[in-house]
Design a protein around this ligand. Structure first.
Ligand SMILES: Nc1ncnc2c1ncn2[C@@H]1O[C@H](COP(=O)(O)OP(=O)(O)O)[C@@H](O)[C@H]1O
Ligand SMILES: [Mg+2]
Length: 346
């Protein structure tokens, strides 16, 4: 029998989505096919300190890490790991930083490489690449912190109408995202978004349904049946996503015309390729009242919690979570093997 591959599951980390990462990692661990893989838990605390095996287990199980002085040096025993599943959301995990580190030390990992991760994390860059590929995105503007003094509500309102959505360029799980209907909301929303990033997006609110599409693979990606998110609040907020009291619901498959489902799948693959994505991503759409499709954003390490859309859409397509995790690990290993074959000398 072939020896089992040892899978480094990295979780936690220095992003506002630390807690979501713990929940995702628990689901990934529970779904790991232990006939083929042996898990190696690698926790990172909120300040970025890498934990040992016992501390990592405690963090995963209780959400608590020992109090320590911050120490950013990665502690990874390369001899003990064959492939990594970075179950990290947001900055320092999903944005190319962890991916760059893993490339540097020569470990295969699940999810897009440095470029795809970095572009997919930045909503401004994502939209520019998509627009260049001919894919519709929400009308909006980008504001950097140093441009804040020149930002005028009246001008934004004239250009984009009301209501508006304001969000950090680099964030996730709706952290820092608000809807603004008037000047007072607008000022608060802008200040809130700037807490999480020095670059923010201001967009026209799109009047439409939210349809999500799961993509998996490298050169020849496959796509699951799209699903719909029905927010329980005014928009799909952090609490709406994760609180047990949330009134949001999902519908898989999304109850929309067959031809539109097909168009969503095709557009998702186009976006995936345009953004240099590999491994996996979830591509999130708006389907407007007048029947148009826009891409809102992509998530290169989408949620893997027990209630998350990415695994649910695959399940509805006939791929249970255990098989999904195995396929993701296989994609990571095969990409690594291909890249290892590339010339490094002339
Ligand atoms: N332009 C927009 N129009 C309408 N709703 C929006 C818009 N932008 C964001 N939203 C709402 O806010 C939620 C979170 O925003 P999103 O851009 O997806 O950021 P995140 O990466 O945090 O998920 C979306 O799921 C949607 O409900
Ligand atoms: Mg989103």
């Amino acid at each position: 029998m072939a020896t089992k591959k040892r899978v480094g599951i990295i979780f936690g980390g220095r992003s506002p989505e630390h807690d979501v990462s713990l929940r995702s990692a628990r689901s990934v661990l529970a779904a790991l096919d232990t006939k083929k893989y042996t898990p190696v838990l690698i926790g990172i605390d909120r300040l970025g300190t890498w934990l040992d095996a016992a501390e990592s287990r405690t963090l995963l199980e209780t959400g608590k890490a020992p109090k320590r002085k911050q120490d950013l040096m990665p502690k990874l025993d390369l001899k003990k790991i064959d492939v990594v599943f970075p179950v990290l959301h947001g900055s320092f995990g999903e944005d190319g930083i962890m991916q760059g580190f893993l490339k540097l030390v020569g470990l295969p990992f699940v999810g897009p490489g440095v470029l795809g991760s970095a572009m997919g994390m930045d909503k401004d860059v994502t939209k520019r690449i998509l627009a260049h590929a001919g894919i519709a995105v929400s009308p909006g503007i980008v504001v950097r912190k140093e441009e804040l003094a020149g930002l005028s509500f009246a001008r934004v309102k004239k250009q984009l109408g009301l209501p508006l959505f304001i969000k950090p360029a680099n964030a996730g799980s709706s952290v820092g995202v608000s809807k603004a209907k008037n000047e007072k909301d607008f000022a608060d929303a802008v200040a809130m978004a700037f807490r999480f990033d020095s670059k923010i997006l201001i967009e026209s609110a799109i009047d439409g349904r939210e349809i999500e599409c799961a993509v998996l693979g490298n050169e020849d990606p496959i796509v699951a049946i799209p699903g719909e998110i029905i927010p329980g609040e005014e928009f799909y907020s952090y609490d709406d996503k994760y609180a047990s009291s949330s009134a949001s619901s999902v519908e898989i498959p999304a109850n929309i015309p067959k031809a539109t489902l097909r168009e969503i799948k095709e557009t998702a693959v186009l976006a995936y390729k345009a953004l240099c994505l590999e491994g996996l991503s979830r591509v999130d759409f708006f389907y407007t009242r007048d029947g148009k499709l826009l891409i809102n954003e992509v998530n290169t390490i989408p949620g893997f919690t027990s209630i998350s859309m990415y695994p649910k859409m695959w399940e509805a397509t006939g791929m249970p979570m255990q098989e999904l995790v195995s396929r993701l690990l296989e994609a990571a290993l095969s990409r690594h093997e291909k890249e290892s074959g590339l010339a490094t000398t002339m």
